[in-house]
Design a protein around this ligand. Structure first.
Ligand SMILES: [Zn+2]
Length: 433
């Protein structure tokens, strides 16, 4: 059965497409794009009038807590949350229990996903060091053989510079990028909020930006030394952006991502009358000035992509007092709405740039085939209603956890339909699997 996506506003900067047209899909591939397509007899038609159709979004930074903490999220609930947020593929981090640090663990993840057309793609990632302990190399070759596309010790920065150098030397042999969560633990200490006005006002231990920036500086130099692609995860400060931009200009193989919460929230949002733990992040929310700098850098290309750092936690864990609650916010189901509401719809960021930061750059990072709107390309698509107004509410989430930093916010625009390999993973706002 062929599928005709009719009257969609198609955006594909790779092929300079920005027009209302039709897309014909069969057997997981694009058969034709245009308004004078010859149509087969057996045809399913989906009217996309008023909607945008873009290459499916990929999130290179999610936590699915599976195995070990499935009460927060498991692979299936995570995949459903991804589909609901408009994503066709995700890269789950390795900080599960046990850690994903062997080929067998990569296989576990792929088997648990039980992938078939119409389900969110899992692009597996392995730990850099055994047990994320930062002491000994993980089974990197074994994991590549099992399907790993990248490496990361996310949750921790690798504290030992010599260890990090060894990780990069090995990853380079497999032509795999290393995704780096940059925090010097001896500088960050027991910090829980940005060090400065927020830590003073709230009476909480400060987490200085220098803890992040010093490790970014180290990893840039190690990327220069080894030639391995280092991708800086969730950077949060204007200074960090400058450092990465300077390194890129010098030809160092470095890229970076920013999260929606670091783009659109800052330390002033943590109120002394509530101490909302949904705003407790690693790294912490920084300043209003950083928000503005990060948004500008995302728009002008100094920041390569958006990643959510989707970090589900159970209600009883986030109910602890601020010092004891775990770090993180969910993000898969709010990212697109936030980018549309705050950047695209007000005209600050183009639709083309939205596609670059949510679809093209993430696929380029992990080295998987690009999705295009041309004949022969894989049919992984996100279809967006730019006018749909909605409120971020716990009941709306497919994720098993509800700890969103954006609860109560009113947003405009969201994904209504998602196709993976030509089959729907979400139809009219309802996830199909
Ligand atoms: Zn992290």
């Amino acid at each position: 059965m062929a599928l005709l996506l009719k009257n969609a506003h198609v955006i594909d900067p790779q092929n300079d497409i920005d027009e209302v047209t039709d897309v014909l899909v069969r057997d997981g591939l694009v058969v034709a794009v245009g308004t004078d397509i010859e149509l087969p007899e057996k045809l399913l038609v989906k009217d996309c009038t008023g909607k945008y159709l873009i290459p499916g979004m990929v999130d290179v930074h999610v936590h699915f807590r599976d195995p070990g903490q499935e009460y927060k999220e498991d692979v299936l609930t995570g995949m459903r949350a991804a589909a609901h947020g408009g994503f066709t593929g995700v890269v789950p981090m390795a900080n599960t229990r046990p850690v994903i640090d062997t080929g067998a663990m990569i296989e576990y993840l792929l088997e648990k996903a039980a992938w078939e057309p119409g389900r969110t793609r899992i692009y597996p990632l392995g730990a850099c060091t055994k047990g994320l302990a930062g002491k000994e190399l993980a089974e990197m070759g074994d994991m590549v053989a099992a399907g790993a596309v990248a490496f990361s010790d996310d949750g921790h920065g690798i504290q030992d510079g010599g260890m990090m150098r060894q990780v990069l030397d090995y990853a380079k042999m497999f032509d795999a990028p290393v995704l780096s969560h940059c925090q010097m633990e001896d500088i960050v200490g027991a910090g829980v909020v940005n060090e400065g006005v927020a830590s003073t006002r709230l009476g909480l231990t400060g987490w200085p930006a220098a803890g992040e920036e010093t490790q970014i500086a180290r990893d840039i130099e190690l990327a220069r030394l080894t030639g391995c692609h280092v991708h800086i995860q969730h950077l949060t400060t204007a200074r960090a952006v400058d450092m990465v931009a300077r390194a890129k200009a010098e030809g160092v193989p470095v890229t970076c991502e920013v999260t929606p919460h670091h783009l659109f929230l800052n330390e002033d949002d943590i109120k002394a009358d509530s101490y909302s733990t949904n705003l407790k992040m690693n790294p912490p929310l920084r300043t209003k000035e950083d928000n503005i700098a990060l948004q500008e850098a995302l728009i002008d290309g100094r920041i390569d992509m958006v990643a959510t750092d989707h970090a589900p936690h159970a209600a009883h864990e986030k109910a602890l007092e601020f010092n004891h609650a775990p770090f993180g916010t969910t993000g898969l189901e709010t990212a697109l709405g936030l980018l549309l509401t705050h950047l695209v719809l007000p005209g600050k960021m183009s639709w083309q740039r939205l596609v670059e930061v949510t679809s093209i750059a993430p696929r380029e990072l992990i080295g998987v085939e690009q999705v295009e709107l041309v004949e022969g390309s894989t049919a992984d698509y996100t279809i967006i209603d730019p006018e749909l107004a909605w409120t971020v509410e716990e009941d709306d989430f497919y994720s098993r956890s509800k700890n969103s930093a954006f609860l109560g916010q009113e947003l405009t625009g969201r994904a209504t339909d998602v196709f993976v390999d030509g089959y729907a993973s979400m139809e009219d706002g309802v996830v199909t699997f």
